[in-house]
Design a protein around this ligand. Structure first.
Ligand code: DQA
Length: 140
């Protein structure tokens, strides 16, 4: 479970877009739901693109799937796209806000082509939907 830049500030960031939950709340929500399905979750957040790439390279060999909210890196990080692709795992991209109805630059995702699905605009419940998508894929 990976979060990109500024998502450490969830709870204090524009609640109309991102909801009221903190990053810890979201991590606990995903961990609880994933454990019921038999998965364990390694959660990581960084404000640094390279740290996210390093984490993907280090953890992917031991992982079954990825849930990622890349934050603003969604819109321009080819490095993150490539790291997701090189991970060779099913990945689901999540956005708390509905990026398709915000500024034009936010409507573009350069990372989603490396993902099997994108869930956008469902606040924290989007992560549970992402988990379901991953679970379906992994049990298929
Ligand atoms: C976000 C949307 C991005 O455009 C923004 O930069 C974020 C959060 C979301 O969850 O809605 O940091 O990924």
């Amino acid at each position: 479970l990976i979060h990109g830049p500024n998502l450490n500030l969830l709870g204090a960031r524009e609640a109309e877009h991102y909801g009221a939950k903190t990053l810890r709340d979201i991590e606990a929500l995903v961990k609880g739901a994933a454990e019921k399905l038999g998965y364990s979750v390694v959660a990581f957040q960084s404000n640094h693109e390279g740290a996210l790439v390093d984490f993907l390279q280090k953890e992917s060999p031991n992982a079954s799937g990825i849930i990622i909210n890349p934050g603003a890196l969604t819109h321009y990080s080819y490095a993150l796209h490539d790291a997701l692709q090189d991970a060779k795992l099913p990945a689901v991209e999540v956005h708390l806000s509905d990026i398709s109805s915000r500024e034009p630059w936010r409507q573009v995702s350069v990372t989603s082509p490396a993902c099997i699905a994108q869930v956008s605009g469902k606040k924290e419940t989007g992560y549970l939907e992402a988990l379901e998508v991953l679970h379906k894929r992994l049990s298929a």
